[in-house]
Design a protein around this ligand. Structure first.
Ligand SMILES: NC(=O)c1ccc[n+]([C@@H]2O[C@H](COP(=O)([O-])OP(=O)(O)OC[C@H]3O[C@@H](n4cnc5c(N)ncnc54)[C@H](O)[C@@H]3O)[C@@H](O)[C@H]2O)c1
Length: 266
């Protein structure tokens, strides 16, 4: 028996691009790993992505029959239409995972309106629009779980992109609003807040420097998309039945440590 038997989940941003891990063919990102995990535990999964082929590639690897939909998260109409399509896969949506997110490169001195607006529309607006579209059906059924895929950059500055930090902080505000406003009606909302993860995205952006970024974690390594998926599956499942409004840090201990040089274990 799986934790998601008979349930339908929608993963926004469930494709993946960038290079695959050495020795693997399928590029593995957080959204893709989440879709695979939910299906492995019994869910029927709808995968939304800007690139339909990437969504289809994920669906082809699911353990249960799924559905791929093309959705541009930056387009409000697309966000709502994708939810409608996802609801059509079963009797309604049980789980919605807002994973899509674009990173940026610009600190304040050079922050452009274009990058700010893209981050705002993809990292935050698409998440509230998706939640809003899914909420009505969930309220009718008296149950539903949202998981937002966040970043430690939304809690502490990553010294990199202002638009990313600001939108990831706002995303957590959306999560808390959903949790607090609709908690009494059977709706839960939480965030998996990620540190350095060895995802296709990071391999594309940082190449071999990704491993060095991971080394700053007390655990001495990057996390994996599969470890992210395990945390998301927990938050989406009944095992987290009394957990809502929370940010679960999936960061290898980064947030628990004062940034000092590593100490040799006694
Ligand atoms: N990897 C890390 O270290 C790390 C750290 C912190 C947070 N995160 C978060 O993880 C999430 C993404 O991770 P991933 O591994 O799934 O990324 P990924 O790059 O593997 O996949 C992202 C998918 O999103 C799709 N996409 C991009 N723009 C889109 C749009 N406008 N509409 C719809 N789909 C779009 C891409 O086509 C791609 O398939 C983001 O929210 C990111 O902020 C990652």
């Amino acid at each position: 028996m799986g934790r998601f038997d008979g349930r339908v989940a929608y993963v926004l941003g469930g494709g993946s691009d960038g290079p695959a891990r050495p020795g693997e063919d399928l590029p593995m990102g957080n959204g893709r790993a989440i879709a695979l995990r939910l299906a492995a535990e019994g869910a029927r999964v709808v995968v939304g992505d800007l690139d339909l082929e990437r969504a289809e590639q994920t669906v082809a690897h699911l353990a249960t029959p799924g559905l791929a939909v093309r959705v541009d998260a930056a387009d409000p109409d697309d966000c709502a239409a994708a939810v409608r399509a996802a609801e059509g896969l079963g009797d309604g949506l049980d789980v919605v995972v807002c994973n899509v997110g674009v990173s940026g490169r610009e600190p304040l001195k050079v922050q452009s309106v274009a990058e700010w607006d893209l981050a705002g529309s993809v990292n935050v607006r698409s998440h509230w629009l998706t939640a809003q579209a899914a909420l009505a059906g969930m309220l009718d059924r008296g149950r539903g779980a949202f998981v937002f895929v966040g970043s430690t950059a939304g809690m502490w500055s990553s010294r990199r992109s202002l638009s990313y930090e600001a939108t990831k902080a706002a995303q957590l505000a959306v999560m808390r609003h959903v949790a607090v406003r609709y908690g009494s009606r059977g709706i839960r909302a939480n965030a998996a807040v990620l540190g350095n993860i060895d995802s296709a995205l990071v391999r594309r952006e940082f190449g071999e420097a990704g491993a060095a970024r991971g080394a700053v974690a007390p655990m001495g390594r990057e996390g994996t998309p599969e470890e992210v998926a395990a945390a998301v599956a927990f938050l989406a499942s009944d095992d987290a039945g009394y957990v809502t409004g929370q940010s679960l840090l999936v960061d290898g201990g980064v947030s628990a440590a004062w940034p000092a040089p590593p100490v040799v274990p006694a």
